[in-house]
Write a protein that binds this ligand. Structure first.
Ligand code: 9UX
Length: 72
């Protein structure tokens, strides 16, 4: 089933940062859509909960050097 989560992403200071976070999230298998709002420091991710987990999303952001935590 599709699940939508919002993540708080720390450490993004420019549009290249938010683009990198977006790509990292989109590359996680099972992610259907990933959007990052640079000014808000937030990401919204739509994913198939059978294929991906919140833990994997957070890890994908962490792996490229930003900090993420679940907001909702
Ligand atoms: Mo954004 Mo550039 O933090 O290294 S400033 S990608």
């Amino acid at each position: 089933p599709p699940q939508v989560v919002r993540l708080a992403v720390g450490g993004m200071t420019c549009a290249a940062c938010s683009g990198a976070v977006e790509r990292a999230l989109a590359a996680v298998p099972g992610v259907a859509r990933a959007g990052v709002a640079l000014a808000e420091g937030e990401a919204e991710v739509v994913f198939d909960a059978d294929e991906a987990s919140v833990k994997q999303l957070l890890a994908a952001v962490d792996d490229i050097g930003f900090e993420a935590r679940l907001v909702s």
